[in-house]
Design a binder for this molecule. Structure first.
Ligand code: HEM
Length: 366
């Protein structure tokens, strides 16, 4: 029978609500032991999946923009807007964990065993986000890698392998940074001036330690050794060969040129021309931090829910989640940049010509 409805687009049909609202099938009902909280468990997961889908959608657009050889100012603005949107969604994702926490561990036990061997690990949308951001198989812990093969269907494995073959955000950001003409601009060798400023700062730190009468000789030795370690760290980050050794060992992901450009942008972010780039890099760090915060929050919730029991997907449970929280971070190079920052007053001033040339950077011209 024809359903009589007002003319024009109809809310229920537009949103395909018949599909969405009919997509909650309780396993506990199927076995004749309905568990009230399973409905909330399903709806929370489905809500997450929809938000993950939106994040993937936004990353697609960001990756598309960044893939072009020249990223114009206008496009930069759009990217910042989309990254800020992802951040807002992430905050909702973190907040939402409280909803699932209203299921008590005892109530969870009413249906937990029925879920085996399904697991959040099989969330293809979540894994897709990780891959799009820049996590590759070689960056994962062994069990995370192994689960791709043992816990995912063949078609899901294939789909994720395809995503992994495409350029990811980290690679594209690195390429964008490498294109920045920030080196030896206008005959001004920034890195030489910067190294001198760093040496000056470290010499002054060492002097303060030596002159400090409240420190014992042993404490002084210890603190001076720390200053020397920092000096070595600075040197290896500025020396291309030593940097590349650390990169080959998996400690760094950006190219040397990309890393230096990111450092330069961070140091001179007060220059109006570099501010957009600085906002861009900051948003990437924010998004990476918020994913880590979501993982930590999820791991704590899981600990509360399961104690030390294993996960339905067969992992060690909380132990596995703590390990992926630590390992699955993308823009660590940008976090570690802070080690190399020096006070504003010690920064080599930029010559006028350099400022002028920097104007071309965000218009995309080389
Ligand atoms: C009662 C609530 C929950 C429990 C007890 C729980 C438990 C777990 C456990 C133990 C794992 C590790 C893999 C395994 O052995 O299964 C895991 C992974 C995961 N869970 Fe949950 N989870 C819960 C809710 C959620 C929710 C609401 C989401 C949102 C989509 C979610 C998303 C994920 C994701 C994406 C992973 C993979 C993480 C990674 O590989 O690093 N979980 N979960």
């Amino acid at each position: 029978m024809d359903d009589k409805k007002p003319p024009g687009l109809y809310y229920r049909e537009y949103l395909r609500l018949d599909k969405i609202l009919d997509a909650q099938e309780l396993e506990s009902e199927k076995v004749g032991k309905p568990a009230h909280d399973e409905m909330l468990f399903i709806i929370t997961h489905q809500t997450y999946e929809l938000w993950f889908k939106q994040i993937v959608f936004e990353f697609h657009e960001i990756i598309r923009i960044l893939s072009s050889e020249v990223v114009e100012d206008k496009k930069m603005g759009r990217m910042l807007h989309l990254l800020a949107r992802i951040k807002t969604i992430q905050r909702v994702l973190i907040e939402q964990i409280e909803v699932i926490e209203t299921i008590t561990p005892l109530d969870f036990l009413e249906f937990r065993d029925l879920l085996v061997p399904a697991s959040g690990f099989q969330s293809i949308m979540f894994k897709r986000i990780e891959i799009m951001m820049g996590i590759r198989q070689e960056n994962r812990i062994a069990s995370d890698c192994a689960f791709f093969k043992t816990r995912l269907s063949y078609s899901d494995q294939k789909r994720l392998a395809e995503v992994e073959e495409r350029p990811n955000l980290l690679e594209l950001v690195d390429r964008w940074l490498q294109r920045a003409p920030l080196f030896n601009i206008g005959g001004f060798n920034f890195w030489e001036s910067y190294s001198q400023a760093v040496e000056k700062m470290l010499d002054s730190d060492a002097r303060i330690i030596r002159d400090n009468r409240t420190l014992s000789d042993k404490d002084k030795q210890f603190q001076l050794a720390e200053v020397e370690n920092t000096r070595k760290r600075f040197e290896s980050m500025l020396d291309e060969d030593r940097y590349n050794e650390l990169r080959d060992a998996g400690e760094l992901r950006f190219s040397h040129k990309g890393f230096l450009a990111a450092l330069f942008i961070n140091l001179y972010r007060d220059e109006p021309l570099l501010y957009t780039g600085f906002r861009f890099l900051t948003l990437l760090v924010d998004i990476d931090s918020l994913f880590t915060r979501w993982r930590q929050r999820h791991a704590v919730m899981v600990h509360r829910m399961l104690g030390t029991k294993i996960g339905t997907g067969g992992s060690s449970g909380t132990g596995y989640l703590e390990a992926t929280t630590k390992k699955n971070r993308v823009f660590l190079d940008l976090f570690n940049l802070s080690t190399l920052l020096i006070p504003r007053e010690d920064l080599p001033p930029l010559p006028k010509q350099v400022r002028k040339e920097l104007g071309f950077f965000f218009r995309g011209d080389e």
